[in-house]
Design a protein around this ligand. Sequence first.
Ligand code: LRH
Ligand code: MN
Length: 430
Amino acid sequence: MSSLPISTDLLQSHNAQRLEALREDYEALRRSLARRYIDIDVIKAKLAQFSVALPSWGSGRGGTRFARFPIAGEPTNIHEKLADCAVVNQLSRITPRVSPHFPWDHVSDYPALRAEAAELGLGFDAVNSNTFQDRPGQTYSYRNGSLSSTDKSARDQAIRHNIDCIEIGRALGSRALTVWIGDGSNFPGQQHLGAALDRYLDSLRQIYAALPADWRVFLEHKMFEPAFYSTVIADWGSSILAAQQLGPKAKCLVDLGHHAPNVNIEQIVARLHSFGKLGGFHFNDSKYGDDDLDSGSINPHQLFLVFNELVEAELNPRDGFDPAYMIDQSHNVTDPIESMLSSAEAIAGAYTKALLVERDSLHDAQEENDVMMAFQTLRRAYRTDVTPIVAMARMEAGGALDTLALYRYSGWREQKARERKVTGLGAGIV
Ligand code: LRH
Ligand code: MN
């Protein structure tokens, strides 16, 4: 691994100015956690094993159906997206993988792309297929659906595309395919709800049959959008039943934004785990719909409660425990790199707080129905400022103590604004 995007001298002098203050905070937290019989170094060591993948599409500006407002120097192709993701990983040290999306990230030489990413210290996580958009020159339209379409030619085309994504993923060193489809209806009566699911399952069986032995397929449910009356895989129930129908390599992916407001997502996580079907996550945050806002920016307590269930699941594995952690956000008003740095920190923080939960006291209080003590045990962990642990782990892994400050000081975006093509106005996600 050689060419890291930000100068290591700059990073080292940045950290040197902040190290003393961090040590003070870390030692103070060590003493306070020790009074709870928690060894801060054990927590830091566990955090050092944690990582989350970045969405290639998250490195560009996102938009809504109303508008997309580009920023100067944003990436215009997968090569520039990887360079920006490498900045996030170099400074945060917990985002060593990128989840690509096809055909958005199509290139002619995938082994070369894999080597290029490795040169930047990056690997590839789950690949994402796309049968929710028609592309120029496409033979059959997905306007009436893709894997569940009544049109067999459109279904076969969508199945072929997913199998092509598996082939691309193998060349990139990925070991999972994420399948999210927008298939559904806007009017009552428009679609035969049962038949649509049957067609979806028949298509997924053909994709499942093409999976290499060590691969998984992640089914991503979503309540609505782009369909606004019914969605073929609208909730975790449809997703887990489909995954059980398909077989052991099929798992469920939880995108936090794909649920109605106030849905208890942490319980969905616990349920999927109970049945050995918890495959992965798309972390983001939302207040209303699939807002794809920065993780932990709206409801950091929910993110903590999700990780609390993940720590419980880790302690009590069902059919193994190896969820794929990925970010899936749309950065409409911030510098995408800054949002991914801030989100990576929020996710690391939520996991660290969940590691601080005194599990034995919690389980005892739960068994004894000591409601207040159970709640207060969780709350004690949640209100702990874990910033010194996250920062110490990041620094020891070669990252920056203040990622946003160093990113801005590096002038990366200004430099890229001089180098990269200007991207057009427009609408939508890409
Ligand atoms: C659908 C979704 C899916 C991706 C897309 C970019 O809302 O969450 O995971 O394919 O966003
Ligand atoms: Mn998603």
